[in-house]
Design a protein around this ligand. Structure first.
Ligand code: ARG
Length: 257
C-alpha cells in the first residue's frame, strides 16, 4: 500500500512537471490569449493593403488581421512604422506579427518565419502619362522607390545585376515617390502591382502603368522565429479566408480608396 502511494505521488509529480514543461514549450499563441491582445506591425502607406483612413489604419491586411484576432478571441492593436522597421521589430519580439504586403524572400526568412502566402504580386513601373519605358531603359533612368522594399531591391540590381537603374531615389513611401514623379523629378516609380494601380487611379491625368511584369512575388505575414503556435493559428485563419474567397473580397473593397 505504501509503495502504491509512493508510485501515485511520483506519477502526480511527473504530471505537474509535464504541465510546466508544456507551458514553456507553447510560446506566444497562449501568451497572446493571456494578454487578450495581439499586436501587428505595419507600414500604412501601401494601399490597398494598408493605408490611413480617417487617421485609422485600414486595408486588406487589417481585415485579415481582424480575422486572426477574432479566431484567437483577442483584440487587435496596430502599430504604424517605416516599412524597413517591420521585420526587425517583429524579429526583436516587439510585436506579435508583421502584416505589410511583405514579400517572402530568402534573406528575410533568416530574420523571421513566414506564414502561408496569401497574395501574389509583381513589381511594375509607374511613369508620367505618355512616356513609354521598359526595363531595358532602366540604366538611363532615375527610379523612385519605397526604401527597403522589393521595388528598391529590383531597381538596385538585386534581382538581376544586369537590370539596374542609373540612380535609385529612396522615399518613405511609394505615394511620396509618385509625388516627385508627377513633378518630373524622377523617371518612374517601381512598386507592387496593386499599390501601383491605386497610385495611377488617383492621378489618371498625369500617370500611367507600364504593362510589364518585372518580378514574381508572394506575400505572407511574419512572426518571430520559432513562434510556431502563433504561426499555426495565423495559417489556419489565412487558409480559411482564402477558401472562403475573402481575400479577393477585401482587395475589391479597398481598391480605389
Ligand atoms: N512587397 C514589397 C516588399 O515586401 C513591398 C511591401 C511594402 N509594404 C508596405 N506596407 N509599405 O518589399
Amino acid at each position: 500500500m505504501k509503495k502504491f502511494v509512493k508510485i501515485m505521488a511520483v506519477i502526480a509529480a511527473m504530471g505537474v512537471m509535464m504541465s510546466f514543461a508544456g507551458c514553456a514549450s507553447t510560446p506566444t499563441a497562449s501568451k497572446v490569449k493571456e494578454k487578450g491582445v495581439i499586436t501587428m506591425a505595419t507600414n500604412a502607406a501601401f494601399p490597398p493593403f494598408e493605408y490611413l483612413k480617417d487617421n485609422k489604419v485600414s486595408g486588406v491586411d487589417v481585415d485579415v488581421a481582424n480575422e486572426i484576432a477574432k479566431d484567437l478571441g483577442v483584440k487587435l492593436e496596430i502599430k504604424d512604422m517605416e516599412f524597413d522597421m517591420v521585420i526587425p521589430s517583429v524579429k526583436a519580439g516587439k510585436f506579435d506579427f508583421g502584416a505589410a504586403g511583405i514579400t517572402i524572400r530568402e534573406d528575410r526568412l533568416k530574420e523571421v518565419d513566414f506564414s502561408v502566402e496569401y497574395v501574389k504580386s509583381s513589381q511594375y513601373m509607374v511613369v508620367q502619362k505618355g512616356k513609354s519605358f521598359t526595363k531595358d531603359d532602366l540604366a538611363n533612368m532615375v527610379i523612385g522607390v519605397q526604401q527597403g522594399t522589393t521595388g528598391d531591391l529590383y531597381a538596385s540590381g538585386d534581382f538581376d545585376e544586369d537590370v539596374k537603374a542609373k540612380e535609385v531615389k529612396q522615399y518613405k513611401s511609394a505615394v511620396e515617390a509618385a509625388g516627385d514623379l508627377k513633378l518630373g523629378r524622377i523617371d518612374a516609380v517601381i512598386v507592387d502591382e496593386l499599390p501601383a494601380k491605386t497610385i495611377v487611379e488617383g492621378a489618371a491625368d498625369k500617370l500611367e502603368l507600364i504593362d510589364e511584369k518585372l518580378t514574381e512575388e508572394s506575400y505572407a505575414l511574419c512572426v518571430k522565429k520559432g513562434n510556431k503556435t502563433l504561426l499555426d493559428s495565423i495559417n489556419k485563419t489565412l487558409e480559411r479566408l482564402m477558401n472562403e474567397g475573402k481575400i479577393d473580397e477585401y482587395v475589391i473593397n479597398h481598391m480605389g480608396k
